[in-house]
Design a protein around this ligand. Structure first.
Ligand SMILES: *[C@@H]1O[C@H](CO)[C@@H](O)[C@H](O)[C@H]1NC(C)=O
Ligand SMILES: *[C@@H]1O[C@H](CO)[C@@H](O)[C@H](O)[C@H]1NC(C)=O
Length: 353
């Protein structure tokens, strides 16, 4: 017995030593990469951003200390938003909130309803981090960014789920930078289509996704079809939340890294990666179980590594056509046939925010 104990103790000690070495190696790699990003890539962004070496490093995940800067330059500022502009819209938002506070409870102005939505959503934003809730260090900051945006873009306003997106930026950047990135991010065609519930455009994305889904995972595609699982059922949440809803924060962070490298195509490629990863389970589930399963994916050890090995296994090619080419082909008005009408109505009856 004594020998046994010694052997198992020895094994345990060896295992721990190995883990310690692996952790040290990872830390060293992160600090090596941080130097490369800070000294070689970021100062020469325009020439370096598309190089093979940069893209490879990027795929492996950004070091946390440079993440915010890389996201910010990768998102860019097409809208030319300045710090002054942010201040102006923030002041407007604060004025509006003050007047909401003074008016009576039966007031149903847009200012009031968006403030209520924002307040409710902030309370539910990454509750486990305890930084965005009332009294937390980032509460006011997050509220400011969301409020200023509703004044800047009243045509988009506040849509449920935007809060976690902004929070993710707040965790990695300063206030003005976060507002700039947030506004420019929402202004991307795919995000704008989903946040404004632009049916035509959303259907175009769903249809394009279906083409690649059928090509890369034909068995699962058929199973979903025969079970009545339409792609909007899971893609809506995945795209709207940029994967913050179905996946743990650290995995979502790594997905965001590559999303900012590759653009909207990567969001749909990720969806195929997730479906591939869980294909064996999904093939045995029915409509309701599939919907539940995909709305919050199982957390597991090394989830991020597993997912990132499933994504490249799913090339976005249909025949020889790439995402942008197929997306262009599906870019025509939809002729809603009688048979499809009910389905389309069903899809959009679920889109209530
Ligand atoms: C980090 O950089 C040093 C010096 O260039 C190198 O010797 C070392 O192997 C690197 N470590 C890792 C984990 O990449
Ligand atoms: C931003 O500035 C650039 C260069 O000055 C200009 O070409 C572009 O039209 C501006 N965009 C917007 C949305 O104002």
């Amino acid at each position: 017995l004594r020998v046994c104990v010694c052997v198992s103790e020895l094994k345990e000690a060896q295992r721990r030593e190995q883990q310690r070495r692996e952790r040290l190696r990872q830390e060293e790699e992160i600090s090596n990469n941080t130097l490369i990003w800070n000294h070689e890539i970021l100062p020469h962004w325009d020439t370096m951003k598309s190089s093979r070496r940069t893209r490879d490093l990027w795929w492996g995940g950004l070091p946390p200390s440079v993440r915010g800067r890389v996201w910010s330059v990768a998102i860019g500022n097409e809208l030319n938003i300045t710090a002054e502009l942010y201040e102006i819209f923030l002041c407007r938002a604060k004025e509006r909130w003050r007047s909401v506070g003074q008016s009576d409870v039966f007031d149903d102005s847009p200012g009031r309803s968006s403030l209520e939505l924002i307040t409710r959503d902030i309370a539910r934003t990454f509750p486990s981090l305890c930084v965005f809730q009332k009294g937390g260090p980032y509460h006011d900051l997050l509220q400011s960014i969301l409020g200023a945006y509703t004044c800047y873009r009243p045509d988009v306003g506040y849509v449920q789920g935007m809060s976690s997106m902004a929070a993710m930026l707040v965790l990695n950047m300063d206030e003005v930078e976060a507002f700039i990135s947030y506004s420019n991010l929402i202004n991307r065609p795919c995000q704008l289509a989903f946040f404004r519930v632009d049916h035509q455009q959303m259907l175009r994305y769903f249809r394009c996704f279906q083409v690649f889904f059928e090509d890369s995972l034909p068995r699962l595609f058929l199973h979903f079809q025969s079970s009545g699982v339409t792609s909007d059922l899971y893609l809506m949440d995945w795209i709207l939340s940029l994967y913050l809803k179905p996946l743990p924060l650290d995995v979502a962070c790594r997905l965001w890294d590559v999303f900012f490298r590759d653009g909207e195509e990567f969001l749909f490629r990720t969806a195929l990666g997730i479906l591939r990863m869980h294909q064996d389970e999904l093939l045995h589930l029915d409509l309701i179980s599939i919907a539940q399963f995909l709305s919050r994916l199982p957390d597991e050890e090394h989830l991020s590594d597993r997912l990132f090995s499933c994504i490249p296994a799913t090339p976005m090619l249909s025949g020889n056509r790439k995402w942008s080419q197929v997306s262009h082909l599906t870019d025509r008005p939809i002729a809603v046939q009688e048979g499809n009408r009910n389905k389309a109505d069903f899809v959009f009856s679920r889109l209530r925010f």
